[in-house]
Design a protein around this ligand. Structure first.
Ligand code: SAM
Ligand code: SF4
Length: 331
């Protein structure tokens, strides 16, 4: 089953097209972010994460259906010992044009050169605060310096697309002056992601959630201008300013019509297809990942299930579906 002339077969009932797959490689993490894994990662022996041959079959099936961009996420994906090999094996598929990583940055400094050589094309690093003390309070790890060194190294080795993910928290990082000096000198996109309510994170959400619109108002007042969207860029609104090398993006999942521009599908670390980050079910794929002979069945299951993708999430009604926290699916 192969798409024609670069077009995707992955289209849902609302005419949304999917060329972008987020693949979670593990639920394990070495940080304890307050809004995600405040008590750290607790291994669940029943959960075996996708092995390399299974990962290859997932990528093969989706690339033939029209996926062109893969993001590796987790948990902390870089904790996997075979992480570099995973990048290389995805890079072998010529139809995959972009291999992206979302990471907490703890392993960046020592490894970014080899990841880039293996085929990594873009990098998102999560930094919720540029204050070392606050960073440690949020993540449970006093590692801001280490993460920043890693970002410098990523620039040094020539990573072209670097983005910073910042989860927006009321009273913590909602004052732009904390990041503006850094953005003056660095050619990155810093994206504020509105804190999302998860099954385990309800009280944190109540205390810290704020709308990205407040940041947007500050930006407009200071002369920032909305940029036109690029091809696979997804639902972020991105602002630029002539005095700054960097840009500021806003991801506002509670905004009206947010789901209309949904362009991504997600595979959890245990091989389930989630067509919404906050859906109330997931499609088992693993039984079709044990050998190459089941590829057509796998692709049919993916295409059939896509028809069930709902028009929107129900976060407004405080319904996070089956999502207890984002460490199993990668945000
Ligand atoms: N460990 C990696 C990292 O932190 O970048 C990858 C996985 S993490 C789950 C992916 C992204 O989701 C991070 O940028 C994180 O800040 C974000 N995230 C986690 N929980 C969130 C929540 N409740 N609301 C909004 N973003 C969240
Ligand atoms: Fe780990 Fe990322 Fe969750 Fe933080 S947000 S606990 S780094 S998975």
């Amino acid at each position: 089953m192969q798409q024609h002339s670069g077009d995707t077969l992955l289209v849902d009932g609302y005419q949304r097209r999917f060329e972008y797959l987020r693949l979670s490689l593990t639920e394990q993490c070495n940080f304890r972010c307050q809004y995600c894994l405040p008590d750290g990662y607790h291994p669940d022996r029943t959960n075996q994460f996708l092995a390399m041959p299974e990962i290859k079959r997932v990528i093969n099936a989706f690339s033939e259906l029209g996926v062109k961009k893969v993001r590796l996420t987790g948990g902390e994906p870089t904790l996997r010992r075979d992480f570099t090999d995973i990048i290389s094996s995805i890079a072998d598929y010529s139809s995959i044009k972009e291999i992206a990583l979302t990471t907490n940055g703890s392993r960046l400094y020592h490894n970014i050169a080899q990841w880039k050589d293996a085929g990594l094309t873009s990098l998102n690093v999560s930094i919720d605060s540029f204050s070392p003390q606050q960073f440690a309070l949020i993540t449970g790890e006093n590692k801001l310096h280490q993460v920043m060194r890693g970002i410098d190294k990523a620039f040094e080795v020539g990573m072209a697309k670097i983005k910073i993910n910042t989860v927006l928290m009321r009273g913590v990082n909602d004052d732009l002056s904390y990041c503006l000096p850094w953005l003056k000198e660095h050619n990155v996109d810093l994206r504020f992601i509105e804190l999302m309510e998860t099954g385990e994170g309800q009280s944190y959400f109540k205390r810290y959630h704020m709308s990205g619109e407040k940041i947007e108002q500050q930006l407009l007042k200071q002369g920032w201008q909305l940029m036109v969207k690029e091809g696979l860029s997804g639902p972020a609104k991105v602002y630029q300013h002539t005095d700054y090398l960097g840009r500021i993006g806003l991801i506002m999942p509670y905004a009206k019509n947010f789901c209309q521009s949904c362009n991504r599908l997600r595979i959890s670390a245990i091989g389930k297809l989630h067509y919404c980050l906050f859906g109330d079910s997931a499609i088992e794929l693993r039984d079709l990942l044990s050998n190459d002979g089941q590829k057509i069945l796998l692709q049919q299951r993916i295409l059939n299930s896509l028809k069930m993708k709902p028009e929107t999430h129900f976060l407004h009604q405080h319904d996070a579906g089956i999502t207890q926290n984002l460490s199993f699916i990668g945000g």
